[in-house]
Ligand binder design. Structure first.
Ligand code: CDP
Ligand code: MG
Length: 677
């Protein structure tokens, strides 16, 4: 490329040859011509055809050709390419930097939540769809961008769906802005209906046949079945790498250990999940020596986001972690759930990229036939409080008329508006308040943002910052199965705070800092070092946002008797809608207006007793309904901290309601008394 005067390395030409063989190269001229003549282009292509890595480079080349005077110096423009997953944004941008023979962070960069690897030199930026949405909040016309590529649109993440709706409007006010929407072959028709009259380019993939094998009986334990299938493949199938789909970090690490313990050096086992550190991410693409079989154990990321060459065998247990939302209970949770037929077919397709392959489905043909045809868009499975906040911030007045590909259920929208109103983010006329505006600047759920904003009133913003950071990173406690488990539990109990898990997390955070962020210390204490490091950096990030709004950083004196009381009250000030009450039956009931649910304290809790009231961070459904990360609070605080929400007239009759009524009465009495004095 002209803008970079230095000569290209030998590696550059070597990769260029490979790139030219990717299916999208055949369509390069057609694509560029179409983009020249149209403001929006749809591009549909099989996974692995080169969409993500090549198309943004084609676009960049076109922008530079049309504007020969443009150079990286003094430039005020960008080509942006969104990715639903942070790992994909990081990994793909690194690959593209390599293809263009530049350093990552310079001409080619990436931005993901809590991490920005781009500079004033950057002309091609990969970013998560969530980050582009944040940028749109600060600059609704996205003035810096010349072309935006929305990639993986078929994933139908919330942020991508919102961007589609938003960009449809933005393109009208910005005739110089162009949009490329790229998707895998799923649901291509739906996009065509949403963008009426927009040209569609189809890139045929080069898929080899994939033989599908089902189990005869349903598997009882898909993890064990997956591991034994891998071993069986290795023992009895000809050379070729294996891709196994599992649902999350813990499961994946567990499977990797077990496969290594069985097969040792004969195989190279590589994990792949969203929180994998960048150095490990690159390993996925390292070629393996001959005679060593590579086994990649991955989440859904490898379904369409990242293409790994050389896969011949796919092991598909048929599950993934999916977000589910029940508008009645307002509970959103991540749940291991059966995938759709479309996903199963995508997974199988990964086996046939380079040669004919095999896909081992660890379920019966009958179960396959019973799966949903397509997965539902995320917007239909989410609590929309955050979404509504974002849309309000983007200046969308009429939410119902906002052009979405799939409109959420009206009651879900109503619930979201209701929650935001209770949090003080919206006023009576549904306009964004000052607090709401601030809340929208935090890349956090609205309740956590609210908790941070009001924490100085409880004189503990420093502590609430640390707790928020800890809640925003993966679980810091490592709990290996087998012999070490007892030692791990003992280590954890040394941090335990009897009043609750939030305070336990704070203890861990403080201890980590006191021990100079030492990785050996973490190892000894069964603490996840990476999670702790990211908590430190998340906290720094949040501190910057707090100081932008001049929100005071303060701590109660550690020796003050109110130290923990203040922190617990501040937790409640954000999470007052997530409270449960211990009933005489011995069960907890969540306590919300209109609805309640029987829940159980998650066994991971650190409490030494069952308090009458608890505030909780999340709801998990496994064998039972659990609330996880719980802290003891007092009923009278509810009356103090959130009287606007606990207007009892709205609540169904219950034990908890009667208890609160007493608190209200007491409060009234003491107010009357102090008036008389
Ligand atoms: O987006 P799409 O699925 O169409 O393909 P892509 O991600 O652009 O991948 C094109 C090629 O680049 C594949 O052969 C990948 O294996 C390769 N690639 C790579 O070698 N290293 C990466 N970090 C990313 C992609
Ligand atoms: Mg892609």
């Amino acid at each position: 490329m002209d803008m970079m005067k230095k000569a290209y390395s030998a590696r550059y030409f070597e990769i260029l040859e490979k790139r030219k063989n990717l299916p999208v190269w055949v369509h390069k001229e057609e694509f560029l011509q179409t983009l020249k003549e149209n403001q929006i282009v749809l591009l549909v292509g099989e996974t692995g055809s080169g969409k993500t890595t090549q198309i943004p480079q084609f676009v960049l080349e076109a922008v530079l050709n049309e504007n020969p005077s443009f150079g990286p110096k003094g430039k005020k423009w960008l080509v942006g390419c969104t990715q639903p997953r942070r790992v994909a944004a990081m990994s793909v941008s690194r690959r593209v930097a390599e293809e263009m023979d530049v350093e990552i962070g310079e001409e080619v960069g990436y931005t993901v939540r809590f991490e920005d690897c781009s500079s004033s030199k950057t002309v091609l930026k990969y970013l998560t769809d969530g980050m582009l949405l944040r940028e749109a909040m600060a600059d609704p016309l996205l003035g810096r961008y010349k072309v935006i590529v929305l990639d993986e649109a078929h994933e139908r993440t919330l942020a991508t769906d919102l961007l589609l709706g938003l960009l449809k409007q933005t393109l009208i006010s910005r005739p110089d802005l162009k949009l490329v929407v790229m998707s895998a072959t799923l649901e291509a028709d739906k996009f065509h209906k949403y963008f009426i009259g927009v040209p569609l380019i189809k890139v045929p993939g080069r898929l080899h046949p994939v033989e599908i094998l089902y189990t005869r009986e349903p598997e009882r334990d898909y993890l064990e079945a997956a591991i034994s299938t891998v071993i069986q493949i290795h023992m009895s199938e000809p050379p070729g790498d294996v891709l196994v789909f599992l649902t999350g970090e813990e499961e994946i690490e567990d499977a990797c250990r077990k496969i290594i313990s069985k097969l040792g050096d004969q195989v190279k086992v590589v994990p792949l999940y969203s929180t994998l550190p960048p150095a490990m991410q690159q390993k996925i693409f390292d070629p393996t020596p001959q005679a060593v079989r590579k086994i990649i154990v991955s989440t859904n990321i490898a379904e369409t986001s990242l293409t790994i060459d050389g896969i011949v065998y796919v092991v598909d247990p048929g599950f993934s972690k999916q977000k589910l939302y029940h508008p009645d209970t307002r509970v959103e949770s991540l749940l291991v759930s059966p995938i759709s037929q479309a996903s199963a077919d995508q997974r199988a397709g990964r086996a046939g990229r380079t040669q004919p392959g095999k896909c081992f489905r660890l379920y019966t043909q009958k179960s396959f036939n019973e799966l949903e045809k397509q997965s539902y868009a995320e917007i239909l499975r989410s609590n929309l409080a955050n979404t509504v906040l974002t849309l309000k911030r983007l200046g969308v007045k009429n939410l119902v008329r906002f052009d979405l590909m799939d409109a959420p259920a009206p009651e879900t929208l109503a619930r979201a508006l209701d929650d935001l109103y209770h949090l003080g983010a919206l006023d009576d006329d549904c306009n964004l308040t000052k607090t709401g505006e601030m809340m929208s600047e935090f890349p956090l759920d609205p309740q956590m943002a609210k908790m941070l904003i009001v924490s100085p009133q409880f004189n503990c913003s420093n502590e609430i910052l640390s707790i928020s950071a800890m809640l925003s990173v993966p679980n810091c406690f490592i709990r290996p199965r087998g012999e070490a488990q007892k030692a791990a539990d003992e280590a954890k109990s040394s941090f335990a705070h009897i009043d609750g898990d939030h305070l336990t997390l704070l203890n861990v955070f403080h201890a980590f800092l006191q021990n100079n962020q030492d990785s050996d210390w973490c190892y000894e204490k069964f603490i996840n070092y990476r999670a702790m490091k990211s908590a430190v950096s998340v906290r720094e990030h949040l501190v910057r946002i707090m100081s932008r709004f001049q929100i005071k950083l303060c701590s109660p004196g550690f020796n003050s008797c109110d130290y923990y009381v203040n922190i617990r009250k501040a937790l409640l000030a954000g999470y007052f809608m997530q409270v449960a009450h211990l009933e005489r039956t011995g069960h907890y009931l969540t306590f919300r207006d209109k609805d309640d649910q029987v829940v159980h304290l998650h066994p991971s809790n650190c409490l030494d007793h069952k308090p009458e009231w608890v505030v909780y961070n999340e709801y998990v459904f496994t064998s039972r309904n659990f609330i996880r990360t719980v802290t003891y609070i007092r009923g009278d605080w509810l009356v103090d901290v959130a009287p606007h929400y606990y207007k009892l007239a709205n609540f169904p009759n219950s034990e908890a309601k009667r208890v609160l009524q007493k608190h209200y009465k007491k409060r009234k009495l003491s107010e009357e008394r102090s008036c008389k004095l």
